[in-house]
Design a binder for this molecule. Structure first.
Ligand SMILES: [Ca+2]
Length: 344
C-alpha cells in the first residue's frame, strides 16, 4: 500500500522499501484554524501527501481528486494495519526480518508505470518447497549430517582441549596437583656429580638435571665412564628440617587445558591470565662445584623412600640473590628466591 502513496519531493509514488513518514498536528477548535498548522507540516515534511490531525482525522493531498481518493483509502488501510500490528506487539516502523517479497515483474517501475491508474499492489511471495525424497536434497542432507558430526567432534575436542596441553617438571614432588593436570610420570631427579672445581681442576660437563622415570627401559650398551648421571640430594635443611641427604623425586606433569608453561623466578604468583601449577624456591648446585641448573624446587618437597643415605651425587642448595648487576631494590642480598610455575 505504501506504493499507492505519492512523494511530492520525488514527484512519483513511494516504493516498497521507502519509509513513509506522516506528520501529526494538534487539533484546533475550527477547521479554519488548522490551516497554518497543516501548511507548516507540509513545509516541514515535503515528501508527505498526508497530515494527521490529532483526535480529528487526516488530510490527504494528491495531484487529482481521483488519486487523492485512492491515497486516502491507502492511508486508511495502512493506519489500520499499523494499529493491528501495535495490538499484536509488532512495531510497524520496523522492516520485516526477511525481505523475500518482490513485485510482479522483473522491474517494478516498468511493470507498474503508473500506480495511480492501476494501483496494482500485487505481491507474490517467493515460496520454496523442499522435497525430502529429492535425491539431490537427500545427498545434501547426508553431507550436512557428516559435516555436523565432524564439527561436533571438533567442538568436543576443543572443549576438552584434546591435542593441546602443556608439560613441566615438578621438582621435589612425585605427584601433580594443579587444576586439570595429570601425571605423565614420576621418578628421580638426576644430574652431574657435584665435584669441587678449582682453577686448576675445573669441571665442565652438563648443567641440566633430568627427571628420570621410575620405570626405565634399559639398554645393554656400556659407556666409557666419561659422562655420568647421578641421583640428586637435598644438601641442606632449608626447604625442610630433615631434608639433608634425602633423595629428590620429580614428576612430569601435563596440564590438559593450557598450551604454555613458564617458570617465573622471583615470583610466587602468576601474572594475570596464567594459572599457578606450583610455587617454590629456586635451587641449584654449589657455586664452587660442577655445573648445575637453577630449578624450581617444590616448597613442600617429598623424599624418595629409602633415599636418606648420603651418596653425594648431584647436590642441590637453596639459591640466594647477590646485589650488584642484579639491582637491589627490587631484590635483596642473600635471600632465597621465590619461583612459580605457571601455565596458560
Ligand atoms: Ca641420599
Amino acid at each position: 500500500m505504501i506504493k499507492c502513496t505519492y512523494n511530492w519531493t520525488l514527484g512519483k509514488n513511494n516504493k516498497y522499501f521507502d519509509e513513509l513518514v506522516i506528520p501529526i498536528v494538534e487539533g484546533q477548535p475550527e477547521e479554519i484554524d488548522l490551516a497554518p498548522y497543516v501548511a507548516k507540516a507540509l513545509e516541514d515534511y515535503p515528501d508527505t501527501s498526508c497530515v494527521i490531525i490529532r483526535r480529528h482525522g487526516m488530510y490527504v493531498v494528491g495531484p487529482t481528486w481521483e488519486k487523492t481518493k485512492l491515497m486516502l483509502e491507502s492511508f486508511d488501510y495502512l493506519f489500520h494495519i499499523a494499529m493491528q500490528m501495535k495490538l499484536y506487539g509488532l512495531d510497524p516502523t520496523q522492516p520485516p526480518p526477511e525481505s523475500n517479497w518482490r513485485m510482479v515483474g522483473s522491474d517494478e517501475t516498468s511493470a507498474l508505470p503508473n500506480l495511480f491508474d492501476t494501483c496494482s499492489c500485487y505481491r507474490e511471495k517467493i515460496q520454496k518447497r523442499l522435497l525430502l525424497n529429492d535425491p539431490d536434497v537427500a545427498t545434501r542432507f547426508s553431507q550436512m549430517e557428516i559435516t555436523i558430526q565432524k564439527l561436533t567432534e571438533q567442538l568436543s575436542r576443543l572443549e576438552n582441549n584434546a591435542g593441546a596441553g602443556s608439560t613441566y617438571v615438578r621438582w621435589g614432588r612425585s605427584i601433580c596437583s594443579g587444576d586439570n593436570t595429570e601425571l605423565v610420570y614420576s621418578g628421580y631427579a638426576a644430574g652431574q656429580l657435584y665435584l669441587h672445581a678449582s682453577y686448576t681442576n675445573r669441571h665442565g660437563g652438563p648443567s641440566n638435571l633430568l627427571c628420570m622415570p621410575g620405570d626405565p627401559e634399559l639398554t645393554n650398551i656400556s659407556g666409557n665412564g666419561t659422562s655420568l648421571l647421578y641421583g640428586a640430594e637435598y644438601q641442606e635443611n632449608i626447604l625442610k628440617p630433615d631434608a639433608h641427604d634425602e633423595d629428590v623425586p620429580c614428576a612430569v606433569c601435563r596440564n590438559k587445558k593450557t598450551q604454555n608453561t613458564l617458570m617465573i623466578p622471583g615470583r610466587k604468583s602468576c601474572y594475570s591470565g596464567w594459572q599457578k601449577e606450583y610455587q617454590s624456591l629456586v635451587v641449584s648446585g654449589h657455586r664452587a662445584y660442577s655445573a648445575s641448573s637453577y630449578l624450581c624446587m617444590d616448597r613442600d618437597p617429598e623424599y624418595i623412600p629409602g633415599g636418606h643415605v648420603n651418596n653425594d651425587g648431584s647436590l642441590l642448595y637453596v639459591t640466594t640473590t647477590k646485589c650488584g648487576s642484579l639491582p637491589c631494590p627490587p631484590y635483596t642480598d642473600d635471600k632465597a628466591i621465590n619461583c612459580v610455575v605457571c601455565s596458560k
